[in-house]
Design a protein. Structure first.
Lengths: 552, 96
């Protein structure tokens, strides 16, 4: 189990307890370092080796004595203050080498106040210096791939009260328990994001959710959307916020009880719509049970239910989906549409450790996939259809360009995953640094409908005269096009080039990787030498599908 | 504010303390439950959190500023023994 180690110059035990009490995934234990010993704690032993997440939350005056002097109007050199920030950042970067993840809260003023009033943002003002310190910190820790700075100001913004002087005087915690709770939630959200557990698909109801009114009753023309109407503007702003999310890589879909033709007509033709058909990864618009429709659409998009968020204005429908599909996140939703944008912005389930090119084009990929499936209907045989796809696979060695996406794929892929090995960026970097033993390539797949992106990872280990496949990971969206066999062929080619005599794949069964098991059993052509162990004699070349073009 | 109203405030503040505890370790809302002192369910951090939450809630519902602990720690702890004793303290303070 992951252990979250809370390091602070003040008594942050409240955060530690909120973290320990939080049963949301991933479940983590939490412990506090002795408060006031930040540098000692960062340099000292960690509660658990390797799987430790450090959360470092400090007051600026607790880290920099010079900043404390500055608050007391004692003249200090800005450069000297920034040097003290560098020293702190160096300690953070050092502990990052021993942790899975380090989360650092940016600095906020410990006490509410006017600072220097109208001079606060002039050189020498408190706000000015604190901003410089935060920027310096952010830049200095960015060199560590597994360090993220969390925006602590948000925890204060949403809390009433944010600061509780009595807590400071009685137990040396300057912030209210609401702030500490918000911090704990943000830490868990960041942990989920770093582990690739962020939600990827946002499904929406239509009537009184995406627009105001009932399209089947009121007609497209009378919907409240945009225009000179504060409610209509609120719905349109909500759609803009949704579109912004989709640009970040969160796919959108629709689940609605409606007549599909009527609803799609509004989506396509209402002049004030922002979210259009081309923005939707998919939809189920009919009179069936919404929970059933969600499962159906998730299957079509090859996504697990734990990747889905469902928004509906109707509490009964929300209750139904929550009850039937507990893995789907169904947030409470305000009745007032002017609160929709803020409600969406408060959701902490979309955090990602990195946003890759594949994330940014996720919706286009789903749209292309929809067209691809529609085209399959017109072919008499699967083989004919596969040939018509013009599948190309670009193979690249692992490097700085593809590292983030490879890590994301390793951590998110469940179905076509041989051993479900989960790694952070730094862990993967350490692994591939052993170049004489370990190797890894990524596969970027495209066909005539579009680019499917970096969707495959193949990692191997050389052991004597044997090459063992360690990572065999293929995104669901690239499955069923012969890429599976191309990946195996790459492993066999690598073994042959290196003089290995056999290639081995040991499958670790999980609840989710049955498709992988089926492939190795029925389609890999390898011999199952013992249960879940598949072997190929490297003296023989591996037959690759001739309808896939492979480029390096 | 009468004794029942004060007890309700204590129980609402216990919700805040329970937020710090796992689902299987929640403090039940019983007026005679031992909270502080020997065999009390709350440690010092939870007690401080409870006191601050009660004072804040009193401010919200009555508009009055209340300081529960302004004496020595020993006598203060005795007044925090159970939800009922805290409710008595609230009523006494508000009426003084």
């Amino acid at each position: 189990m992951t252990e979250i180690f809370v390091v602070s110059d003040f008594n942050a035990e409240l955060v530690t307890r909120y973290l320990a009490a939080d049963r949301s995934a991933p479940i983590a234990s939490a412990s506090s370092a002795p408060y006031g010993q930040v540098f000692q704690s960062l340099a000292g032993p960690l509660p658990s080796d390797g799987d430790c997440v450090s959360f470092v939350w400090t007051r600026p005056e607790g880290i920099s004595a010079l900043y404390a002097d500055h608050l007391r109007s004692i003249p200090v050199s800005t450069q000297a203050v920034l040097d003290s920030v560098d020293a702190f950042a160096a300690a953070v970067n050092a502990v990052a080498a021993r942790c899975r993840l380090v989360l650092v809260a940016n600095w906020v003023p410990t006490r509410a106040g006017r600072g220097l009033g109208m001079l606060d943002w002039r050189t020498g003002g408190h706000a000015d210096l604190l901003a410089r310190m935060n920027l310096r910190l952010s830049e200095a820790v960015a060199k560590s791939r597994n360090v993220y700075v969390l925006n602590g100001q948000r925890w204060l913004d949403g809390a009433r009260p944010a600061r509780e002087p009595k807590l400071w005087y009685m137990m040396k915690c300057p912030f209210s328990e609401s702030v500490c709770q918000a911090a704990a939630r943000d830490v868990k959200a960041a942990l989920r994001g770093a582990l690739g557990l962020g939600r990827k698909l946002l499904l929406l109801d239509l009537d009184d959710t995406l627009w105001g009114g009932i399209v089947g009753d009121d007609g497209r023309q009378r919907l409240r959307l945009g225009g000179h109407d504060h409610v209509g503007e609120a719905y349109q702003d909500f759609q803009r916020a949704l579109k912004m999310l989709s640009r970040r890589g969160i796919a959108l879909g629709v689940i609605s009880k409606n007549d599909e033709a009527v609803a799609m007509d509004a989506i396509d033709n209402h002049p004030e719509m922002v979210v259009r058909r081309s923005d939707l990864a998919g939809w189920r618009i009919n009179w069936n049970d919404k929970a059933r429709n969600i499962v159906d659409l998730a299957t079509e998009l090859n996504l697990g239910l734990q990747s889905i968020v469902y928004i509906d204005d109707n509490p009964a429908e929300r209750g139904r989906v929550r009850e039937a599909l507990p893995e789907v996140l169904v947030p409470d939703w305000p009745k007032d549409p002017t609160l929709y944008v803020d409600a969406l912005a408060q959701l902490d389930c979309f955090d990602q450790g990195a946003i890759t090119a594949e994330d940014l084009s996720r919706t286009q990929m789903y749209v292309a996939d929809r067209e691809r499936k529609e085209s399959a209907v017109s072919f008499a045989s699967m083989n004919e259809w596969l040939r018509s796809l013009d599948v190309t696979v670009r193979v690249a060695s692992i490097g700085s360009d593809n590292l983030k996406r490879a890590v994301q794929l390793l951590n998110k892929t469940n179905q076509m995953n041989l051993r479900t090995r989960r790694l952070t960026e730094s862990e993967l970097l350490s692994w591939i640094a052993e170049r004489d033993r370990h190797g890894m390539v990524t596969l970027t797949v495209a066909d005539r409908f579009g680019d499917l992106g970096l969707t495959g990872v193949l990692g191997w280990e050389r052991n004597g005269d044997q090459l063992e496949i360690v990572d065999y990971v293929l995104s669901c969206r690239a499955m069923g096009r012969g890429v599976e066999n191309v990946m195996v062929g790459l492993a066999v080619d690598t073994a042959r080039e290196g003089g290995a005599r056999r290639v081995v794949a040991r499958l670790l069964p999980t609840e989710r990787n049955n498709p992988c098991l089926e492939f190795w059993r029925t389609s890999s052509s390898f011999v199952e030498s013992e249960p879940n162990v598949y072997v190929w004699d490297a003296g023989t070349a591996y037959p690759r599908p001739d309808y896939v073009t492979v480029r390096s | 504010m009468d004794a029942q109203g004060a007890l309700d405030v204590v129980f609402q503040a216990l919700d805040v303390v329970n937020g710090l505890r796992s689902a299987d370790d929640q403090i039940p809302k019983q007026s005679d439950l031992r909270l502080a002192g020997s065999q009390g369910r709350l440690d010092s951090l939870s007690l401080v959190t409870l006191v601050v939450a009660i004072e804040r809630r009193i401010g919200e519902v009555s508009g009055r500023e209340l300081t529960l602990l302004d004496g020595d720690a020993e006598s203060g702890l005795d007044a925090l023994r159970t939800p009922a004793s805290i409710a008595d303290l609230i009523v006494r303070k508000l009426n003084s």
